[in-house]
Design a protein around this ligand. Structure first.
Ligand code: FES
Length: 388
């Protein structure tokens, strides 16, 4: 007599009490009543560490491992595309009966399990009939070691203001960023300028919101989409640069939309700390240039400082410079003229660069400190368990 399933309901994952028939080498697991399981074309079922994607199509059940070959997504919570199960995390597809990857990716294969129906119950053989096979995938360029290339501090400026490149305008934040970068070059440092408006990159698609493990390094979008140019920002921030100067306008009291588009895509950098205790940003300096029409310099600075500190950046004393005309000023033409001709603001941008470089030199010359986790929220999210 086999026990009935526990917690069988409408949720994607079903918990149940594993029933054992025969000996360990020939073990069949009761995954529930056939009548109920026929109601859904695909579901994730678990028995202890065994996770299965159970599908029902054209009058027959099939079971493959519920753990995706990519980074362990729950295949049974995905969707059926014809005979293929698409992983809910990043869309890898596996045949519901053979476990083979979609055409062109057949060498990637998840284990299959025998299924039978007896006395109205669905039974799955615990031991897989076919093994898991992972095809070798070429490493992404961003998967390299975090070792710093030798040389004096390198500086990247990130412009986050948007504009029509066919109708360019004077940007106060860009102008001050130019002054800061020119100072670094004059002092013999290599610089790069990344204008987010010139990069074509997708918005974050919220893989983290499915599971911390679905937000990968390199970013899931970067891995999927060779055209996505956020890799230039990752490369500069994580590998190349020692000093990052972010320039943003103030838009309705907050940083620019492009700033936030970039920030959301940087979740994968911070998430490595959460998942693997892997500090991607070490001994690097961030500073900020904030200019705006009306107000809220401190609000923008507060957000930026919090966010970049979570990534692991250090800050020089007085880590931002800023300019705004105040609440009642709507005369942007005067604002532009003011910044263009202000020796004080451009000198402040150069001084910000001097402070940033001085801190960078100090950090690069000091011995590396270990990250102290106590008190931080990052505590190592458990990885998806491999199936048996
Ligand atoms: S596609 Fe399945 S975990 Fe990424």
């Amino acid at each position: 007599m086999l026990p009935g399933p526990v917690g069988l309901g409408l949720r994607a994952s079903i918990s149940y009490r594993a029933a054992v028939e025969n000996t360990a080498n020939d073990e069949w697991v009761d995954v529930g009543a056939a009548e109920a399981l026929r109601e859904r074309p695909l579901q994730q079922v678990t028995a202890g560490r065994l996770k299965l994607a159970l599908s029902y199509q054209d009058g027959s059940f099939a079971a493959i491992s519920g753990v995706c070959n990519h980074v362990g997504g729950p295949l049974g919570e995905g969707t059926l595309h014809g005979e293929y199960i698409a992983c809910p995390w990043h869309g890898w597809k596996f045949h519901r009966q053979t476990g083979a990857g979609e055409p062109g990716y057949e060498a990637d294969q998840v284990p299959t399990h025998e299924v039978k129906v007896e006395q109205g119950r669905v039974l799955v053989r615990r031991a897989p009939s076919t093994p898991r096979r992972k095809a070798p995938h070429a490493k992404h360029a961003l998967e390299r070691s975090l070792e710093r290339e030798p040389g004096p501090p390198r500086v990247v400026g990130i412009s986050t203001t948007n504009m029509n490149s066919e109708l360019p305008r004077y940007s106060t934040s860009d102008a001050l960023l130019d002054s800061a970068l020119a100072r670094a070059r004059a002092a013999g440092h290599e610089t790069r300028l990344l204008r987010l408006r010139d990069l074509s990159f997708r918005n974050c698609e919220g893989y983290y919101s499915k599971s911390a493990h679905a937000c990968t390094w390199p970013c899931s979008i970067t891995q999927m989409d060779a055209q996505d140019q956020m890799d230039q920002v990752y490369d500069a921030l994580v590998f190349w640069a020692d000093v990052v100067v972010v320039a943003t306008p103030i838009r309705w009291g907050v940083a620019s939309a492009l700033y936030f588009k970039m920030a959301e895509r940087l979740n994968c950098v911070q998430n490595q700390l959460t998942l693997r205790d892997r500090v991607m940003i070490r001994n690097k300096v961030a500073s900020f240039i904030i200019t705006g029409g009306q107000d809220n310099v401190q609000g923008v600075a507060g957000q930026a400082l919090t966010f970049f500190s979570e990534l692991g950046f250090s800050f020089p004393q007085f880590p931002y410079i800023a300019h705004s005309r105040g609440w009642s000023a709507e005369d942007m033409e005067n604002n532009v003229r003011l910044v263009q001709h202000s020796t004080g603001l451009h000198e402040a941008a150069r001084a910000l660069m001097d402070r940033s470089l001085a801190l960078s030199q100090h950090l690069l010359g000091s011995s590396e400190s270990e990250t102290v986790r106590a008190g931080r929220k990052a505590s190592g999210a458990p990885a998806p368990a491999a199936d048996e």
